[in-house]
Design a protein around this ligand. Structure first.
Ligand SMILES: *Cc1c(COP(=O)(O)O)cnc(C)c1O
Length: 407
């Protein structure tokens, strides 16, 4: 019998020890609520068991509440955020369609590639690193030719830059373009009023601000998006992603009827149900306020210890994550392991142009004030260990002041 050498070492205890009690503060996956994890580990039932149908059906309705899109059609599909990007493109783009990509970093660039794969004529407006593409520039492009599909990244995880979706939704209506929001690092944390703002499709993945382990692609499509898909002249070229296969499934579960196209991720859907309920219980508005307050406080703390941040203006800075540059003379290889030694896991750079110059910290989902203190403390002690000279404790003080500031 073939036995992998690592199988003796990598038993389940070792897998648990990979994280143990370190705090996972990357821009997804994040720390999850124990109740969500328990649902994931519950005995697996049939995908057509009445109890599961109830859970799946309710989760679909709860998605409308979280996306603030009462007339939207939710899709809950096994896969990651990239599948959500891919599925939306596969269903809404036909060969030769004009697609406009507004890119604020790595994930916008990824959408350019996906749209091309489905045969689109793609124009991509690239923001400078840390900047945005202004509404005027987008509008000028929409005047040049007739676009079918416009996509932008609400929070680009490679830069921590947040784009305001509201004016883009308005442009979509004015020029008759479908607006597609990549909300993988925003939905469940940032303000995102899909229906009110006229966003045709918004999507995310379970492991970011939604607060459920990686494994689910979550999409909400407006009636206009569904209508556009129905009017396609050609078949969707991706079999798994085709809404023709999935729409009847979502409708069946919501009507509490058994149905099958491909086995849903039963345990993940149960965990999602717990996660979505937790969001609704906190209140979407309260959750947005909490993320906003935490993001601002954490970024003030980073500034207080002298760390510059990738977003060029505070108004572009996300609430769900931060992206500080390393101080002069401090390298990733020195700092990140020291932060880890202090008990907090943060992420390295992702944007190609500045990859080795900055790092990334996620503060979304079930994040608590105590997590922010632990994280700024670990960053401070890491910097200190690297020989960075600054006012030690300044970050913690700034964080405390901002968290306790009366509005
Ligand atoms: C994480 C992320 C993705 C990709 O999601 P995966 O689950 O890693 O496939 C896409 N867009 C944004 C903005 C993200 O943050």
């Amino acid at each position: 019998m073939y036995i992998d050498k690592t199988s003796n070492i990598l038993n389940i205890k070792a897998i648990i020890a990979m994280k143990d009690r370190s705090l996972l503060m990357i821009p997804g996956p994040v720390e999850f609520e124990p109740a969500v994890l328990q649902a994931l580990g519950a005995p697996t039932t049939s995908h057509v068991a009445p109890d599961f149908i109830e859970i799946f059906g309710s989760s679909i309705s709860l998605m409308r509440g979280v996306f603030l899109c009462p007339s939207g059609q939710p899709f809950i599909i096994a896969g990651s955020g990239t599948l959500a990007m891919d599925m939306v493109a596969a269903n809404l783009i036909e060969q030769g369609d004009n697609v406009l990509v507004v890119s604020t970093g790595y994930f916008g660039d990824r959408y350019e590639e996906i749209a091309k794969r489905y045969g689109a004529e793609v124009t991509c407006l690239h923001a400078a690193v840390g900047g945005i593409v202004t509404t005027d520039v987008i509008e000028a492009e929409l005047k040049k030719k007739s676009y079918k599909f416009l996509t932008f990244t609400h929070v680009d995880t490679s830069t921590a830059v947040k784009v305001n979706p509201k004016p883009i939704g308005e442009l979509g209506k004015k020029y008759g373009v479908l607006t597609v929001l990549d909300g993988v690092c925003s939905v469940g944390g940032e303000e995102m009023r899909q229906e009110e703002w006229g966003i045709d499709v918004a999507f995310t993945a379970s492991q970011k601000a939604i607060g459920v382990p990686p494994g689910l692609a979550l999409i909400v499509a407006s009636p206009k998006a569904i209508d556009t898909w129905k009017k396609r002249k050609t078949n969707v070229t991706n079999f798994y992603s085709d809404w023709k296969n999935w729409l009847p499934i979502m409708e069946a579960y919501e009507n509490r009827k058994p149905s099958y196209f491909a086995t849903p991720a039963v345990n993940h859907v149960c965990a999602l149900f717990v996660g979505l309920n937790s969001i609704i219980k906190e209140g979407v508005e309260a959750r947005i306020t909490r993320h906003h307050k935490f993001g601002k406080a954490f970024q003030k703390a980073l500034s207080a210890i002298g760390l510059k941040q990738v977003p060029l203006k505070q108004e572009y800075a996300a609430s769900t994550m931060s992206a500080p540059y390393y101080p002069e003379g401090i390298a990733a290889s020195g700092l990140l392991p020291k932060i880890k030694q202090a008990g907090v896991i943060v992420a390295g750079g992702l944007h190609q142009q500045i990859k080795d110059k900055y790092f990334r910290i996620g503060h979304m989902g079930a994040v608590k004030e105590s997590d922010l203190y632990a994280t700024i403390g670990a960053v401070e002690s890491g910097l200190h260990a690297c020989g960075y000279s600054y006012d030690m404790g300044a970050g913690t003080i700034a964080l405390h002041e901002e968290l306790n500031r009366k509005e």
